[in-house]
Design a protein around this ligand. Structure first.
Ligand code: ADP
Ligand code: MG
Length: 387
């Protein structure tokens, strides 16, 4: 949507010139010829920025600015540029005191005016103007073909990469209800809110979920696992899909980290997820499990494309090459993450994910590449965009 600019000036020539210049640039323009009308239109039109002449009939520019600042309170701030014919420093100071953010001395060059407008609009844009677009609402499951293959490591660091490197709004859910590791990986205590606070509430809605997520320093939000295995029983299999539906309305990505169990909780997550990333390493027991999980997915009636394979520690020597693994599975492995034992383990033990503190490491680079391919526009979105 084009930004709306209110021009308050009593000189018809200036009005015309400004209107022309601003419309050329694609702004919506509203014009007032005196201070009182300017003040009224500020309230009625809610402009994104005001160009305010100083010498005006009825109320002068300083008075208009002062009235606006008093009235709008601290919650909002419309940027004001004073247009002044006077060169005296004193006048500038008065203008800024009255609440102007910038001033221009007439006559000014249109390019100068436009540059000042752009910079003020950017400076005062509501913080979540960029987030005002609807969230992508994608729900992704990260499923370990067996314990210890790096599912949690990849889920956490992919979440951080999607947020910090690709600007997405991300919520990471620890779906390992009994033995969730996110508190350890992210250095958070048992006192933090968890999914138990959601499922024990009288009713679950989006506001409740919003209150229970924990903000991590990296900028992602977390829905933590229950603090103990006993409390995990409070989470029913239908809870996670329902919560995922709430999260979908708030975030670009909801990433759910789950282990290899094929129980009702995990099957619910499969159902909720758009894509299941099966994390594996190149060893026989993983290959066996991946084959089983691919069969299960097929039996459940999901399309084959719902699963994508992530080969972790892909360059570690196991005696089974990527080609061998693909041959054994009779399918391609979509993603690979490099092996970097020290980087991964020291990040784990310090509670600072490498994507947050060492994004430029080879492991960080590998995860970023993975996050980029996750974030590629989906086929449906591509056709919609090119239609
Ligand atoms: N790409 C990698 N390179 C080296 N070590 C890794 C890598 N990914 C994970 N690890 C290590 O593997 C161990 C298990 O990781 P974790 O994420 O807890 O696996 P899972 O969630 O599948 O049980 C951890 O010590 C972690 O540091
Ligand atoms: Mg794990």
């Amino acid at each position: 949507m084009a930004a709306k600019i209110l021009v308050v000036d009593d000189d018809p020539n200036v009005q015309r010139l400004l209107q022309y210049t601003l419309k050329q640039e694609g702004y919506d323009v509203v014009v007032a010829s005196d201070g009182a009308e300017g003040f009224r239109l500020w309230g009625a039109e809610e402009p994104d920025l005001i160009l305010l002449d100083v010498m005006l009939p009825k109320l002068d520019g300083y008075q208009v600015a002062t009235k606006i600042r008093t009235e709008e309170g601290s919650a909002s701030h419309v940027p004001i540029i004073m247009l002044t014919a006077e060169r005296e420093v004193e006048q500038k100071v008065r203008g800024l005191r009255a609440g102007a953010d910038d001033y221009l001395i007439k006559p000014f060059h249109p390019a100068e005016l436009l540059a000042r407008i752009k910079s003020l609009l950017a400076r005062f844009a509501p913080k979540d103007a960029l987030l005002a677009r609807p969230p992508l609402g994608r729900v992704l499951a990260f499923y370990g073909a067996k314990g210890g293959v790096g599912t949690t490591t990849i889920a956490i660091n992919a979440a951080i990469a999607l947020h910090r490197e690709l600007g997405r709004k991300v919520c990471l859910v620890d779906g390992n209800l009994q033995f969730g590791d996110h508190r350890v990986f992210l250095d958070l205590g048992l006192d933090r809110k968890s999914i138990v606070d959601v499922v024990t509430a009288p009713s679950i809605d989006v506001d409740l979920v919003r209150q229970v997520v924990v903000k991590h320093d990296s900028g992602i939000d977390l829905l933590l696992a229950p603090p103990s295995p006993e409390t995990a029983e409070l989470v029913r299999p239908d809870h996670l899909p329902f919560i995922a539906d709430q999260l979908r309305t708030l975030y670009d990505y909801t990433i759910i980290d789950i282990d290899k169990r094929l129980d009702d909780v995990n099957l619910g997550v499969f159902e909720a997820a758009e894509t299941i990333f099966v994390v594996m390493t190149a060893d026989l027991s993983c290959l066996k499990n991946v084959r089983l999980i691919l069969e299960t997915i097929e039996h459940l009636g999901y399309p084959a494309g719902k699963v994508e394979l992530v080969l972790n520690r892909s360059n570690a020597f196991t005696g089974i090459s990527v080609k061998n693994a693909e041959g054994a599975l009779k399918r391609t492995i979509e993603h690979q993450v490099v092996n970097e034992y020290r980087g991964a383990i020291s990040a784990l033990n310090s509670g600072a994910p490498f994507m947050f503190t060492k994004a430029d490491s080879s492991l960080g680079g590998s995860l970023l590449q993975f996050a980029r391919s996750v974030d590629k526009p989906q086929p449906a979105a591509v056709t919609a965009a090119t239609r």
